[in-house]
Design a protein around this ligand. Structure first.
Ligand SMILES: NC(=O)C1=CN([C@@H]2O[C@H](COP(=O)(O)OP(=O)(O)OC[C@H]3O[C@@H](n4cnc5c(N)ncnc54)[C@H](O)[C@@H]3O)[C@@H](O)[C@H]2O)C=CC1
Ligand SMILES: CC(=O)C(=O)O
Length: 310
């Protein structure tokens, strides 16, 4: 599978590296407005290939995206310390005006996978600019927040994150909703397992994990200026699910016709991913507080999209 990556900075290069290590792509093309950066990243990733899987890694202009099955969009600005994702919207929406047109001049009917923040509204911007079939334009959404949630719960219980099943929903950002009520460990409800292991999820534990998920990006950006490894791995995992036509369930952002009375809003819900992109959505079972929080998140995103005329 040929995968294009537009934006060869911290996120784009981490995605390329993860794709090379996992073998989720057979060909990776990096494109950036800085040709020198794209070339340097491609060469550096290519030097990992002898230790990893057989994948061709190159840099090029937009024309090099011809034949790409999936194009990851990671171009634009990231947050400065203390800055919210939504504060990036105007700058990154302007970048996408040019980027999406250039991608679609080269690649025929690709799947567009948006990582640029604020990822939900940027997914909506991309869907509108691209005009591709629903399901072929979607965002990484809360895949990273879900990974953070699973990691922190796993750490509290002393278990593997792979055995924790639960999703973060709504915005990839400050209004996101941790789906505590539906979270399970193996096939058992989280609260039951936590009690059996003597690691109850008290209000304090819950607040600490919520903060750890919701504020992770702010803390990491304070420390190293960007986040990249988690999202890079998440993007590669999504590409893998597309390439293998897996039917994997992941929390991803898609323009959703209606949620809790809010129309036409891009946000994350559990989505089923296969060769054609997102093939369906699974409505999660939530408690009353979670429904209220998800509705508020959807309304906020809809209001933000309104401001852009989406
Ligand atoms: N969805 C998620 O979970 C995450 C999203 N992000 C977002 O990903 C985006 C990229 O972040 P970083 O890689 O850290 O930033 P970065 O600054 O390291 O890389 C961005 C790259 O985009 C390129 N670029 C800018 N305008 C362009 C254009 N018109 N055409 C082609 N290339 C262009 C720049 O030259 C730069 O190399 C940000 O919006 C950031 O907030 C970051 C982490 C997680
Ligand atoms: C930057 C960002 O969106 C994240 O790490 O969650």
């Amino acid at each position: 599978m040929k995968v294009g990556i537009v934006g060869a900075g911290m996120v784009g290069s981490a995605a390329g590296y993860a794709l090379a290590l996992t073998g989720a792509a057979s060909r990776i093309v990096l494109v950036d407005r800085s040709e020198a950066l794209a070339l340097a990243q491609a060469q550096d990733i290519a030097h990992a290939v002898p230790f990893a899987s057989a994948v061709a890694v190159e840099a090029g202009g937009y024309e090099a995206l011809a034949g790409a099955d999936v194009v990851i969009l990671a171009a634009g600005v990231g947050q400065k310390p203390g800055e919210s994702r939504l504060a990036l919207l105007e700058r990154n929406a302007a970048v996408f005006e040019d980027v999406i047109a250039a991608v679609l001049r080269a690649a025929v009917d690709p799947i567009l996978l948006v990582a640029t923040n604020p990822v939900d509204v940027m997914t909506h911007v991309t869907a509108k600019l691209a005009g591709l079939a629903p399901g072929r334009v979607f965002g990484s959404g809360t895949i990273l927040d879900t990974a953070r949630f699973r990691s922190l719960v796993a750490h509290h219980l002393g278990l593997a994150p792979q055995s924790i099943h639960g999703y973060v929903l709504g915005e990839h950002g400050d209004s996101e909703v941790l789906g505590w009520s539906g979270a399970r460990v193996g096939s058992e409800p989280l609260a039951s397992v936590a009690a059996q292991l003597g690691c109850a999820i008290t209000a304090d534990v819950r607040a600490r994990i919520d903060d750890g998920v919701r504020r992770a990006a702010y803390r990491i950006i304070e420390g190293k200026g960007a986040t990249n490894y988690g999202i890079g791995a998440g993007l590669a995992r999504i590409v893998q699910a597309i390439g293998r036509d897996e039917g994997a369930v992941m929390s991803l952002s898609l323009v959703t016709p209606e949620l809790a009375g809010v129309q036409n809003v891009a946000l994350s819900l559990p989505r089923v991913v296969g060769a054609q992109g997102i093939r369906s959505t699974l409505m999660p079972t939530l408690d009353a507080d979670e429904i209220a929080a998800l509705t508020a998140s959807a309304r906020m995103l809809r209001d933000t999209s309104d401001a852009l005329g989406l």
